[in-house]
Write a protein that binds this ligand. Structure first.
Ligand code: HEM
Length: 395
């Protein structure tokens, strides 16, 4: 029987358990070519890291999702631009998205955790993702961006609907398009209000910020650039953190000794979050476009190919991590590529880390142990994020 390396990102079994396939890719086909879809995949830590740094040959400008390359960005988004163009927007947002704004969210996060988790104390169980993990990030991002509090529930509802309608489909359905239009109109209305009546918030700061174009022109961001940035931050920051928290509920149950370690010594929680990101990467596949023929490990990736950088596989690379398939809080290998690397290194990494820490502190303080009904776990089925959509826990 043929046992050639094989990985199909669209088959549910590979979405749920990709690790055996990825290990075979790393060992036998470090430059994997999927003939059915025509893409290439890099799976070793070092290759993923080097390709992430090499934006000239591995371009983001024609899209970053496997099934969407090549495409033109509908509105300007830095995640779909290469340096030096990318850096123009990144520099502006770096000035607006300050450590102060992130740190200020901690109290709000704790308050939200209390609101969501307290009702379940003594209840016997709840769905950790549906009733907590996927709710928290939307509220946090809405606070960060400065959306009025009375709109937060509506925003979460749209975000939920978008996620559920996307499941299992390729391309964009009319329902999703409509939801996108609805949210964009909402963003635009807030932007217009902030332009008329500036506040001490992120959107006002974006509207007032000046950028220097590549030709030296100094100007403000236009509406489309601001909408692109808000949309990018909302999308990138909601789904990924929801999946990270879902993984926390599964992995800490599977590795109960490690969980006990955290209950006894909560100061270990930040490294536990880092190890969680290595172990189960919420965003395991970054798409790129080969701008020229690229030679690697004796193979040629032809110019014009779609290339998958498998950050999820890189986190399990035995060449980089001892006992890569074990979740070990005390391992000293915090370096991982689950937030990407180089120019596109995740803008929200500090926020995601803070959310992970606060959520776990608040969870473990109330529920030091739990078990999971594995047969009832449901999965998010997209080829950009990977993780559970529903994790019923009981205690
Ligand atoms: C655990 C949670 C998160 C994970 C695993 C994650 C993962 C990633 C990865 C892998 C990239 C690089 C994409 C690429 O190279 O093409 C990225 C970029 C990005 N992330 Fe995150 N992310 C998370 C949370 C967030 C949050 C909370 C925000 C919002 C503040 C955010 C905003 C962004 C943005 C704006 C980019 C694009 C950066 C650029 O192109 O310069 N992410 N993220």
């Amino acid at each position: 029987m043929s046992n050639a390396p094989f990985w199909d990102p669209y088959l549910p079994q590979f979405q749920q358990s990709p690790y055996a396939a990825w290990q075979q890719l790393r060992d036998e086909a470090p430059v994997y070519h999927n003939e059915k879809y025509g893409f290439y995949a890099l799976s070793r830590f070092e290759d993923v890291l080097n390709a992430s740094l090499d934006t000239e040959r591995f371009s983001s400008a024609k899209g970053i999702t496997l099934d969407g390359i090549p495409m033109e960005a509908p509105i300007p988004m830095m995640i779909m631009q290469d340096p030096p163009q990318h850096d123009v927007l990144r520099k502006v947002v770096n000035r607006v998205y300050t450590p102060r704004r992130v740190a200020e969210l901690e109290d709000r996060m704790r308050e939200l955790c209390g609101d969501y988790l307290d009702p379940f104390v003594g209840s016997g169980g709840f769905d950790y993702v549906e009733q907590f993990g996927s709710r928290l990030p939307v509220m946090v991002i809405s606070t960060l961006l400065g959306f009025p509090e009375e709109d937060h529930d509506q925003l979460r509802e749209w975000s939920d609907m978008m996620l559920h309608r996307e499941e299992g489909r390729e391309g964009m359905s009319p329902e999703v398009l409509e939801l996108l239009t609805q949210t964009s109109m909402y963003y635009l209305s807030i932007l217009q209000k902030r332009r008329a009546d500036p506040q001490d918030d992120f959107i006002t700061a974006l509207a007032e910020a000046e950028l220097t174009d590549l030709d030296g022109t100094i100007r403000k961001l236009d509406d489309m650039e601001i909408l692109g940035m808000i949309g990018l931050i909302s999308n990138a920051g909601n789904e990924t953190v929801a999946r990270m928290l879902g993984w926390a509920s599964l992995v800490l149950c599977n590795f109960a000794d490690e969980r006990e370690l955290l209950v006894r010594d909560p100061s270990l929680i930040p490294v536990a979050v880092e190890e969680l990101l290595r172990f189960e990467s919420p965003s395991p596949i970054q798409g790129r476009y080969a701008t020229r023929d690229i030679e690697l490990h004796g193979e040629i990736i032809p110019q014009g190919s779609t290339v998958a950088l498998l950050t999820g596989s890189a986190g399990r690379d035995e060449r980089q991590y001892a006992d890569a398939d074990q979740y070990i809080v005390r391992r000293n290998a915090a370096r991982h590529v689950s937030f990407g690397y180089g120019a596109h290194f995740c803008l929200g990494a500090a926020l995601a880390r803070l959310e992970g820490r606060v959520a776990l502190e608040e969870t473990l303080a109330r529920f030091p142990t739990w078990s999971v009904d594995r047969s009832a776990v449901e999965w998010v089925a997209t080829n950009t994020v990977r993780g559970p959509a529903s994790v019923p826990i009981s205690f």
